[in-house]
Design a protein around this ligand. Sequence first.
Ligand code: R5P
Length: 312
Amino acid sequence: MVLLGGSANPELAQNVAKLLDTKIYFPTTKFADNEIYVKVPVNMTNKVIFIIQPTCKPVNDNLMELLLMSDAAKRGGAREIIAVMPYYGYCRQDRKDEPRVPISSALVASTLKSAGVTRIITLDIHSEQQQGFFNGPWDNLYASYALVPELKNEILKDTVMVSPDKGGVPRAKAYARLLDTNDIAVVFKERDTKTKNQSKAMFLVGEVKGKIAIIVDDMIDTAGTMANAAELLKKEGAEKIIIAATHGLFSGKALDNISNPAIDKVYCTDTIPLSEEVLKTKKVKIVSIADLLAEAIEKTFKGESLGKDLIL
Ligand code: R5P
């Protein structure tokens, strides 16, 4: 096994390597004009290469690093090249839902393939049908592995799992099952098609009055979705509102939105490196998914199934 890491989230990559007790190489630097230079310092002939690189901000650079590392591995004679992408950037344009739009997620998958990637491991991809965009194995893991034990400590009375939009209902149902509650509510959200990150919580289906409401989503970007949903839940009588999201992008006015008094606590994982400001925010609690990734890498390397413990 050879472990490679890009510059997207070196801390997470290092933590995974430590858990695997394996050396990790960070083979990317930059030319003076900002072009990426890659040179892997170890032999890769006939080896299984794991490249740990979430394609988060700056998404284009991080994606390009991943492609170049994979190309280096392919040309170095690697037997298998596994892209471990805790966050898969360009996941939100995943279908042609209006004329003259790309399917960005499919383009990324086919580009990975042409750069030599033979297998993909992701965590909570935006929509599971995206796995069909890659002609090869694509395992999607779930952050519930790390988040559910934390959320269990929050459940002191009636709890309702809330999806902040209709697309997230299967996720809310899975969390409800894992947290032994059958209670689900759904916020119907409307997004402005021109300003992509602005949404409105329109109405709620389900009962939240007097309950602890846990809103689950794949990501917090500007946190507008969460702030709007939390306000609506508060208006409908929820007693406490907790947020659990896998990927903390925290862009734009995210911290302002998180400071909304309707939100009591926010859990998210370390798939994306978080700024000092986010780390200092008392409401935000970060849960690491390093051990989940390490276990997935080890099982993949040994040819074992991920299904039993890691995939719900
Ligand atoms: C959308 O479908 C996603 O699942 C998230 O709900 C969305 O991307 C969050 O964006 P924001 O935090 O900017 O509202």
